[in-house]
Design a protein around this ligand. Sequence first.
Ligand code: MF3
Ligand code: CO
Length: 264
Amino acid sequence: MITIKSRREFEKMARAGAAIAAVHEAVGEAVRAGVSLLELEEIGARVIARHGCTPSFLGYLGSYPATLCLSPNDVIVHGIPNEHRLEEGDILSIDAGAVYEGFHGDAAITIGVGVVAPETQRLIDATREGMWAGITMVRRGSRLGDIGSAIAEVGRAHGYGVVEEYVGHGIGRAMHEEPQVPNYGTPGKGLRLRVGMSLCIEPMFNMGGRQTKVDSDGWTVRTADGSLSAHFEHTVAITPEGPMIFTADREPMPVGFEEAPARG
Ligand code: MF3
Ligand code: CO
């Protein structure tokens, strides 16, 4: 079911989104060579609690064991925080979800650890660009295919593998609601967007092929060819005043800004 949110409900989602933005700021700040993923997990959990929110991921599907998904290097999404320590030149996707009074926010960024290779930075930048190309299409009257095709076009132009098995999604009272929002599509096709909808836009681009595999833990999704992967995500709502990003750096941000914030 596609849910239409009221103004009051969107306000709650914005509170959850602000907590996620704060998680990205605090965890991103702590990312350096030598830090363990578990140390970053603890920071994320503290920030969510301090914002009066509860984590969306912990216990998801009865089994996800952590507050954050931390996905280094060839891990595309759903990496489980563990004792592993980051090294200079690694990249890390930091994905977090929070609930405020029953309403969710969900967002991810990918950042480098110290100095990364220029081609690695290009992957990160292109994936963020893909997310913004998708976000720009989130507005009353456009269609799901407009979002997916805009994202895929950016990935394709750079020669990256655009992951298809994992997709964006509606969000509200549940973290994952209908519709699914694929990172591919045909312009002008698919569900027409209207006021009250909220979507997570989340491209995953691989340096190599688009194929994926899942570790024996049942969660960790990696590139099949071992190449690096980047992931960005924002929670975007079509409010009566226009599209707003609830997980943007400081406060809900109206879409229409030409320039993406540095961290995305
Ligand atoms: N942020 C992810 C998404 O957009 C969800 C993480 S899966 C979980 O779908 F198990 F960690 F919750
Ligand atoms: Co999501």
